[in-house]
Write a protein that binds this ligand. Structure first.
Ligand code: UPG
Length: 486
């Protein structure tokens, strides 16, 4: 009799094509791999894979350690078929104005993805899919072929809840009040009109963003539940919202899942510079993997960093309106002589485009993070007890900023949006407010950030069965029990 291949369970994970989504998906996959390896019985019949488009394969591969058995699966995609620039398969290589075109183009992955899942099922294996909230069609595909699917949200629940509610209740342009409560998420508190990103504010139901959201958001109800890269203890308002709207489906906090410090190519110059600085003396400035500020804002920020007299690391990307992929000389966008002066005084380091962020945040010299409030940046900062100076710019970042400032108490907002009128002096005073010993506000947020660091660590601590460890355990049981029954 021929040997019958034992049935395996494939956990197929599909992040949207953006660094802010790929990074946490890889971290989640690695965390799951670790848990599975610990449980010898499950090791043989569980297969973890990450799906993406051709040009994102190297990005995924570079984040996996050599001994990982996670497999990568490529789906066909050609950006020029969708009116996008050649080779633009990730938000990080697009200007913000074209982000919506990549979101729309990603819908073409539906059929190849369906074929992939059908092929795995035909080979006799079971499948559970973990998909991205921007790939809302995944839930429907999974229902059609009869497999379970879960959203893994790279954003926090509070931020994503506000984002969802705002897109579902358009328009906002005509709203007369400067502040308003969200239609189905009043627990979030008052939202100011200035906290809606440009596309939300302009949306009238017929623009590209509204059209995409109208197709994408209803798809979330086809999934069997949600995993959030978040922590119950800091994000319970948002998690409660998702528990309410999903009507009893599981909503598990499983974070923070983060890349390990030192796991990427550490920049030796940055490290040596940080080593030479006193503890808690450095402002780290970075606006994530896809956002830029305007040329005017760059000049104000440069002057502020120089006149604050604080040590700083600033990750500089080309200003808004300049092609993101273009090679550039930072001198083009900074005040005359700025780079030379800070090099000579050794007071600052300018990193072009991409810095080893987790290494910087985990270094004892770092005091505060001036951030656009992308959720990964927030989680990374909190995990190392670093308070925030918020400058939200796009997406759900405004709501992340509210959560951090008003509910968690670890952030002070510096500026709001890409078009705000922020001047050098205001930036300097906010930097001092958070960093200086005499500042009461500063003492409070720094103390709170240390407390939150412990809370966040506990959530992921196997030893104390932290809230996120429980969430992950429940997800694995859910996935594998279903498999055993089928
Ligand atoms: O120089 C850099 C810049 C970024 N990063 C990493 O890139 C990720 C950036 O993620 P995030 O802070 O979330 O910012 P975005 O790339 O802007 O993320 C997008 O995705 C997030 C998760 O959904 C959303 O919260 C944001 O609003 C959205 O812009 C983090 O892991 C950073 O450590 C680096 O390592 N070095």
């Amino acid at each position: 009799m021929a040997d019958v291949k034992p049935k395996s369970l494939n956990i197929v994970m599909f992040p949207f094509m953006a660094q802010g989504h790929i990074i946490p998906f890889v971290s989640l996959a690695l965390r799951l791999e670790k848990m599975i390896k610990k449980n010898k019985n499950r090791e043989d019949n569980l297969i973890l894979s990450l799906v993406n488009t051709p040009l994102n394969m190297p990005k995924l591969r570079s984040k996996l350690p050599p001994d990982s058995s996670i497999t990568l699966i490529e789906l066909p995609f050609n950006s020029s078929d969708h009116g996008l620039p050649h080779d633009a398969e990730n938000f990080d290589s697009l200007p913000y104005s074209l982000v919506i075109s990549l979101l729309e183009a990603s819908r073409s992955l539906r059929e190849p993805f369906r074929d992939l899942i059908t092929k795995i099922l035909r080979e006799g294996d079971d499948v559970v899919v973990v998909g991205d909230f921007f790939l809302g069609w995944i839930g429907e595909v999974c229902k059609e072929v009869g497999v379970s699917s879960f959203i893994f949200s790279a954003s926090g629940a509070f931020g994503l809840g506000c984002y969802r509610s705002i897109w579902l209740h358009l328009p906002h342009k005509e709203t007369e009040q400067d502040q308003f409560l969200l239609h189905d998420f009043q627990e979030a508190g008052e939202i100011e009109k200035t906290q809606l990103n440009y596309f939300m504010l302009e949306a009238d139901g017929s623009d590209e963003w509204s059209v995409f959201m109208k197709k994408n958001l209803p798809g979330w109800s086809d999934f069997d539940g949600f995993l959030f890269n978040t922590v119950e203890e800091i994000d319970h308002i948002g998690l409660s919202y998702f528990r309410k709207i999903t009507g009893g489906k599981p909503v598990w906090p499983v974070g923070p899942v983060l890349p390990d410090a030192g796991s990427r190519s550490t920049d030796e110059d940055v490290k040596a510079w940080l080593d030479s600085k006193p503890d808690h003396s450095v402002v780290y400035v970075c606006f994530g993997s896809m956002n830029s500020i305007s040329q005017t804002h760059m000049l104000e920020l440069a002057m502020a960093l120089e006149s604050s007299e604080k040590n700083f690391i600033w990750v500089v990307r080309p200003p808004m309106g300049v092609e993101a992929n273009k090679d550039f000389d930072v001198k083009e966008y900074l005040p005359e002589g700025f780079e030379e002066r800070i090099k000579k005084s050794r007071r600052g380091v300018i990193v072009k485009k991409w810095a080893p962020q987790v290494d910087i945040l985990s270094h004892k010299a770092t005091c505060v993070f001036l951030s656009h409030c992308g959720w990964n940046s927030i989680l990374e900062s909190l995990s190392y007890g670093v308070p925030l100076l918020g400058w939200p710019m796009a997406g759900e970042q405004f709501f992340n900023s509210i959560l951090m400032e008003k509910h968690v108490g670890v952030s002070v907002e510096v500026a709001r949006g890409k078009r705000c009128d922020i001047k050098c002096d205001e930036i300097v005073s906010k930097i001092k407010l958070v960093m200086e010993e005499e500042s009461e506000v500063g003492r409070e947020v720094r103390k709170k950030a240390k407390e939150v660091k412990e809370l966040v660590r506990r959530a992921m601590d196997d030893g104390v069965n932290g809230s996120s460890v429980i969430g992950l355990g429940e997800f694995i049981s859910h996935a594998t029990v279903k498999n055993e029954k089928s």
